[in-house]
Design a protein around this ligand. Structure first.
Ligand SMILES: [Zn+2]
Length: 405
């Protein structure tokens, strides 16, 4: 059976309908609200995969927050390839700012609109339809193909972390991360460390600052240290054509850390979070050392203040896979089979579930999916339907190539 036989089974209207169904089930996670989780959309994915004859596993990651995994083929005789998507979406913000309702799934002028249409219910639907086309065709597989719909990518990536601890997760050989990258093959992803820096001073009256140590002044010094930290990290990290160089961006400033803010009180402590983005190269220790240097310089400049930091959610270092990886070769061939041209290569500006799979399991990942790279989290998020269909076809061809008998 040829790849084009299987590709001919992918139905554009079915793909549009499935994407629309997923968009219409809101899955903004609102902590504290047990109704606002991925549960409903995960249940839809589960039903759909079961109806297509997939072997389905549901892993309860947290209450009301299940990972859904559906497999075809046999993992005992060959590799296991994961097509990965996440079921959570970010908030729609103010729905009145949207031209098309955020959970409507409107189709207008070749685009499907709605929160998650690009990030990434479109990519998830494309993965589901791609795997189903292979199943329906009865195409022989020299291994196993798994579609994974994971929770909490937009939060702490609990779904991906959980998958890495499961039996199925440990059996994975490679993964395609179906995030919106306009169907480019992204072999690199920037890493992230959220450095939460706590400055302790000494509480005092605002009218007598000499009686205390003001931690807010030290936060100011830390903000002024950020460009130097950024320069040092840029020297440490590799330059790559597809990724922006490292950046250090202050994102959360808070004082006091506890208690009531008062205009005439110097607080005892303040916090600043630095959003540190990395390209491949240094390990966690090397990055930590540079952040330590920044903290030490602030202490030197602000006598009496103590400065400590810790990573929020650990280190998610940049990832990279080589062009020679069998998964990359299978996808390069897949793109040629589908589009008749060589693939475009790209890079992921942030981290994804793939970061966790790559760094925890050590497996090769390629990020490739439908949707403009800049559209996620915006008002009037949408996905081009032609790109959606192209993604489903790329996944099908790439999976058949990777799992060739
Ligand atoms: Zn995403």
């Amino acid at each position: 059976m040829s790849v084009s036989d299987v590709l001919s089974r992918i139905d554009r209207d079915e793909l549009i309908a499935l994407t629309r169904d997923l968009v219409r089930i809101p899955s903004v996670v609102r902590p504290g609200d047990p109704e606002a989780t991925e549960a409903a959309v995960a249940a839809h994915v589960e039903r759909w995969l079961r109806a297509e004859g997939f072997a389905v596993e549901v892993h309860e990651v947290a209450p009301g927050r299940p990972n859904v995994l559906g497999a075809i083929g046999d993992g005992r005789g060959g590799p296991t390839l994961l097509l990965e998507g996440h079921t959570d979406v970010v908030t729609e913000g103010d729905a009145r700012e949207w031209t098309h309702p955020p959970f409507g799934g409107d189709v207008v002028d070749g685009r499907l609109y709605g929160r998650g249409s690009a990030d990434m219910k479109g990519g998830l639907a494309a993965a589901m339809v791609a795997a189903a086309a292979i199943a329906r065709a009865g195409a022989p597989l020299g291994g196993r193909l798994v579609v994974g719909a994971l929770v909490d990518e937009e939060g702490d990536m609990l779904g991906a972390r959980h998958l890495c601890t499961s039996v199925l997760g440990r059996e994975l050989s490679a993964a395609i991360i179906c995030e919106p990258e306009q169907n480019e093959l992204c072999l690199e992803q920037r890493g992230v460390v959220w450095a939460r820096v706590t400055v302790r001073g000494r509480m005092a009256h605002g009218a007598m600052p000499e009686a205390g140590v003001n931690p807010i002044s030290a936060v100011g010094a830390l903000i002024r240290e950020a460009p130097a930290l950024e320069r040092r990290l840029r020297r440490l990290c590799r330059r790559t054509p597809h990724l922006r160089p490292p950046t250090v961006t202050p994102t959360i400033a808070q004082a006091p850390v506890q208690g009531v803010p008062q205009s005439n009180v110097i607080p005892s402590a303040a916090q600043l979070t630095l959003d540190v983005r990395l390209t491949p190269g240094p390990d966690a220790d090397a990055v930590a050392k540079e952040i330590d240097v920044a903290c030490q310089r602030v202490m030197d400049a602000c006598p009496g203040a103590t400065v400590q930091w810790q990573p929020v959610n650990g280190y998610r270092l940049a990832t990279r896979v080589e062009r020679g990886e069998p998964l990359v070769r299978a996808m390069v061939r897949g793109v040629r089979q589908v589009t008749g041209r060589a693939p475009r290569f790209g890079g992921v500006p942030g981290s994804t579930d793939g970061t966790i799979l790559r760094t925890t399991l050590g497996i090769p990942i390629v990020t490739c999916g439908p949707g403009d790279r800049l559209i996620p989290h915006q008002v009037d998020e949408h996905v081009e339907i032609d790109q959606l269909l192209e993604a489903a076809r790329i996944y099908t061809a790439s999976a058949l190539n990777f799992l060739e008998v």
